[in-house]
Write a protein that binds this ligand. Sequence first.
Ligand SMILES: Nc1ncnc2c1ncn2[C@@H]1O[C@H](COP(=O)(O)OP(=O)(O)O)[C@@H](O)[C@H]1O
Ligand SMILES: N[C@@H](CC(=O)OP(=O)(O)O)C(=O)O
Length: 426
Amino acid sequence: MQKAVYKFGGASVKDADGFRNVGSIIKNANIPQLLIVNSAIADITNQLEKVVSAFKNDQIEVAQELLQKIKIFHFNIAQELLGENGSSLIDNLSNALVEVEWILEEPFQDSEDYIYDQIVSVGEILSSTILAAYLNHIGVNVIWQDARNYIKTDNNYQNANVNWSLSCYLIQKDLQPLLDKYIVVTQGFIGSSSENFSTTLGREGSDYSAALFCSAIDGDQVTIWKDVPGVLNADPKWFDDTKEIPELSYQDAIELSYYGATVIHPKTIKPLQNKGIPLYVRSFKDLTLPGTKVQKDQIPLPIPSFIFKVNQVLLSISPKDFSFIIEENLSQIFSLFHKHQVSVNTMLNSALSFSVSVDDHPTKINLLIEDLKLLYKVKYNKGLELVTIRYYDKATVDRVTVDKNILLEIKSRYTCQLLMKNNDSL
Ligand SMILES: Nc1ncnc2c1ncn2[C@@H]1O[C@H](COP(=O)(O)OP(=O)(O)O)[C@@H](O)[C@H]1O
Ligand SMILES: N[C@@H](CC(=O)OP(=O)(O)O)C(=O)O
């Protein structure tokens, strides 16, 4: 019997019409066993992050006002979708928010990461509660399930690691049987620790959750429904002239998402690849489009694909005494990156210096630089762009480097990375 996981992210449920569209996709899916993984409504995770940051900065009233706005926003969508039949949905949404309201009444005394997860995880609960109620309203036989009862993690809050064997066991034991009777609606991005505190899997982690659920139920496919026709050879937010990629190997999908193609979360592919489950990336806006199929064949990408990251910082780190950079230095440098949770985008080593480019999170980067400066000379250059080209050719490199000054260039057989600054800003 065919089993599928459909993942609907924030963009697909950005307003009441979005929920209606998703409702119609699910109602017409005609798949005997269907599990829905839903993310928070577009931008709600960012809004909840602002609640956390106001709370942390002792601006309790600001935090409460922001939360109130989030509440009203969800109530309005519920009202628009269910009208007079929406009172129990409104009660459920209120109940989901009570715990956050309680947190805001206490002093900010636990670790920020812990508080973050307790507050931010509510976005997925609210959205999926609306989706399940709406599906029920339009006659779909649906059951809502709390992903925190299934996705068990360690307590590495904000970026929790999934305890796969336990999660798999719980999904197979308690969730899988429900699929015989219902379409199950659950959440992406969230899980819970062994003490049952909410955890999150890292921003944009719902695609990954969908892959985990599908692997556990031995599903036949995961479809992630996006606002683009499928995977394109570049982010259409940056480029007009993009081309669709009908088929993609797991390996290329991992490479593209790892380098920053945000259409698929980088952790999504591995669980699917392990079981040979295909991933479809399809448009929730136009169901006639075939989208992209990610599968095991080694089909090389038909065209060069490129990924842009702006707001990059290049750090050049060298020993204070002009000695060579040796393995001991590298291990010390990497442990400082690890301590400050700064991920490396590109790196290049020479005899006297080690150059690294990273995303510019000012607070983290400043603390990292302070720590590095205790041991090394550190120079840095901000406001850079990183372009990664998979299956690069000269024409594509020329095209992306017009009017740019290249500060760092790294090439392997299939991938070229260029760290650049606008000529006029040098
Ligand atoms: N190579 C790419 N192909 C298609 N979309 C891309 C690519 N790289 C980045 N994107 C971006 O991914 C977005 C869709 O993913 P995302 O925002 O994660 O959706 P959701 O949050 O709803 O799951 C697109 O709007 C597009 O801007
Ligand atoms: N809501 C979370 C998780 C997520 O994956 O969302 P989306 O599916 O909309 O990218 C976030 O914004 O990070």
